[in-house]
Design a protein around this ligand. Structure first.
Ligand code: 5FX
Length: 539
């Protein structure tokens, strides 16, 4: 568990705003003050702090590798555990004025018909876990790492007029991890569990439901990750619902604007942890939309690259072009008139770590030394490292593919493997980002691995743009805290207030890597070969 208290001034008097991040591997809370300054953060890790759920990296990988789930009761237990720690640290929870939150995207939670009544009747003397253990109609929540719904994706394509039609309607073509396809699979394979389900939540709206003691609505940032929402209207699409499962609309509840107050903190939390009654809860969103909020990305051309469990490339777009070949268009959680574009890679940090373990003796120092020793462009060598089935490009079978300068398969030295994994990942981001309109004028790097300077230099050289980093590496919880502050301002003003009027996060970014022009030209030349080899690997 980490707990940091940052502010030196007296935080016990100023109103505070809280962001909760239910990420794949853990739960984190970030507190900010009314000016957006970071006050404190507390975190817990599912594997270490709740070992009885037997997760690895917060999830369960099932037998044939394509099914990946998490126990939703673990998220319930995590919330009590984290809040108890914050209380023990004497954080002034009574000063928290509004709360918002974040969840890993696409995951789905299936709640029994009786769950709403259970949420409404929580007793603050008992734990959430003891009271809610039987609220689930299906006790394994499929998460974003799941790739087991190819059949349901093809069925959706057929029902809605093809992959491009699905992309144009919902912002993304049918993706295995997208919630609608997971719901369709559950309905087909476990019809009894579907019948027993009264409400289906995303990880984000499930977490919000715990806080307000009622079913929480979904908002367009996270709702767009389901293949069910019309990306242009922000409403559920009837045809997309129909081809998924019967009676779905009433199980999903409404979609509300991202800045909306969806309820007040339930008595369970005020009585048990000393929060103030009437603490506003603002709609929770996905981790990527919240990361966009943390960076305040408003203009096309400002692109973020987040290096985490999943690597993501994202930015704001005013005129999106949904693509059947790559990427996603989501609602923009800080501007209802705008969109966000995102490209997601499953092979992020864990894959870099696997290469480090195999080829750099498990040490980041050795990894960086190998990068420094090898020439930019790796002498024309190109590698594809899929430890997990990949989303971008779509690859179901894990494996490593290495090509020499003559495009023939080749063995690499350990140092060449290190350079190949880093260069390959950024070349892919440049290639696929371009295709969906993410063309950077400046890059903001975030996520755990953004502390690694040598990774950022390769990033700057591949894209040919300056790379900035934030002093605050974990951004989804911070973005949720900013959104709590923003939603609270909108509620007080009784209208939408531009996000930039409330908060200007980009001020905390510092330049970290400058592109070298000659090296950038070299990468531009490599990109054509990279695209060609990628086609070979995918087919
Ligand atoms: C985005 O589409 C993803 O699948 C991932 O970035 C998850 O949100 C990670 F939590």
């Amino acid at each position: 568990m980490k707990q940091r208290v940052m502010a030196s001034r007296d935080i016990s008097t100023s109103p505070l705003f809280m962001g909760l991040d239910f990420s794949t591997q853990g739960l984190k809370a970030t507190l900010i003050d009314a000016t957006g300054q970071l006050v404190a953060e507390t975190a817990m890790q599912f594997d270490e702090d709740l070992p009885e759920f037997k997760t690895k990296g917060g999830v369960h990988h099932h037998a044939h590798g394509l099914i990946v789930t998490a126990p939703p009761l673990m998220w319930v237990a995590a919330l009590d555990l984290l809040l108890a720690r914050m209380q023990k640290e004497n954080l002034p929870l009574a000063k928290v004025t509004a709360i918002s939150g974040s969840g890993q995207q696409h995951g789905s939670v299936y709640l029994r018909h009786s769950a709403r009544a259970q949420l409404k009747a929580l007793d603050s003397r008992l734990t959430l876990r003891d009271q809610l253990r039987d609220m689930f109609a299906f006790d394994a929540a499929p998460v974003w790492m799941d790739s087991s719904t190819s059949k349901q994706c093809r069925e959706r394509d057929i029902a809605l007029g093809g992959a491009q039609a699905v992309a144009e309607l919902t912002g993304s073509r049918s993706y295995e991890r997208f919630t609608g396809n997971q719901i369709a699979k559950l309905y087909q394979q476990h019809p009894d569990a579907y019948t027993a389900t009264g409400h289906i939540a995303l990880v984000s709206s499930f977490a919000a439901s715990l806080l307000i003691g009622n079913y929480a609505p979904i908002e367009p940032g996270d709702g767009a990750g389901m293949n069910l929402m019309n990306i242009h209207t922000g409403h559920w699409d009837p045809a997309a619902l129909r081809c998924t499962a019967p009676g779905l609309k009433k199980r999903l509840g409404p979609i509300v604007p991202s800045h909306k107050v969806i309820g007040h903190l339930s008595r369970y939390f005020t009585d048990r942890y000393g929060f103030a009654p009437q603490t506003d809860v603002i709609a929770f969103s996905g981790d990527n939309p919240n990361s966009l909020a943390a960076l305040g990305l408003a203009r096309s051309g400002d692109i973020a690259i987040s290096l985490g469990t999943s690597d993501t490339v994202f930015g704001a777009l005013s005129a999106p072009k949904p693509s059947a070949t790559e990427g996603h268009i989501f609602g923009n959680p800080i501007n209802p008139q705008s969109y966000m574009a995102l490209i997601c890679y499953k092979n992020g940090s864990l894959t870099r770590e696997a290469v480090r373990n195999e080829f750099a003796r498990g040490s980041w120092k050795t990894f960086e030394a190998a990068l420094a020793r090898t020439p930019s462009g790796n002498g024309g060598r190109i590698g594809f490292y899929f430890k997990e089935p990949e989303i971008t490009p779509p690859v179901l079978k894990p494996g490593i593919h290495r090509f020499g300068p003559d495009d023939r398969r080749e063995r690499f030295t350990p140092a060449q493997n290190v350079r190949a994994v880093v260069e390959g990942q950024y070349l892919s981001m440049r290639l696929h980002g371009n295709n969906i309109g993410l063309i950077p004028q400046k890059i903001l790097a975030t996520g755990g691995a953004s502390v690694n300077k040598s990774l950022l230099q390769v990033m700057a050289d591949v894209f040919g743009t300056r790379v900035y980093v934030s002093s605050q590496p974990n951004s989804a919880a911070l973005g949720a805290a900013y959104r709590a502050l923003h939603g609270w301002h909108c509620a007080r003003a009784r209208r939408f207030v531009p996000f930039a009027k409330v908060i200007q996060p980009t001020a905390s970014f510092t330049p970290s890597a400058e592109p070298d022009r000659a090296t950038h030209r070299l990468y531009t030349a490599l990109l054509t070969r990279y695209a060609h080899l990628e086609k070979q690997v995918v087919s």
